[in-house]
Write a protein that binds this ligand. Structure first.
Ligand SMILES: [Fe+2]
Ligand SMILES: [Fe+2]
Length: 130
């Protein structure tokens, strides 16, 4: 995949993440513990794969903000892993606020850090289709 194709794949991943997040919010609001568990597990898998793709792209284009960007990924993934571990043992009410905080961090990351990466690729990866 060219860097531009990788950016397109990233945009598709973001849509998938946004969809999972929207479903997670409804499950949280509705107090649907089982649904939350399965959505949080799905989110962890999708985020892990997605962050690895973005990190491969950052290496491919020698992105100058890669370290800070990777650190945000690592922090979010770590939070999500811990939430999934806790969910096995504890009830939903105890972790609701942390789930909301993770959702907000992930959405903010897509708007800020990921948009900056996309702009860098557009500016540095040559003409479209190259
Ligand atoms: Fe992303
Ligand atoms: Fe990212």
């Amino acid at each position: 995949m060219t860097p531009r194709e990788q950016v397109d794949a990233i945009v598709r991943d973001h849509a998938e993440i946004a969809d999972l997040v929207a479903r997670l919010r409804s499950a949280l609001e509705g107090g649907d513990h089982q649904e939350m568990k399965s959505l949080l597990m799905a989110l962890e898998m999708v985020e892990a794969k997605h962050y690895a793709s973005e990190e491969a792209l950052m290496r491919a284009v020698a992105y100058d903000q890669a370290d800070a960007h990777r650190a945000e990924h690592a922090k979010m993934l770590d939070t999500l892993k811990r939430l999934n571990e806790v969910l096995v043992w504890e009830n939903l009410g105890a972790i609701g606020p942390q789930v909301v905080a993770h959702i907000e961090a992930a959405l903010e990351h897509m708007i800020d850090a990921d948009q900056a990466l996309n702009r860098f690729v557009s500016a540095n990866a040559g003409p479209a289709g190259a």
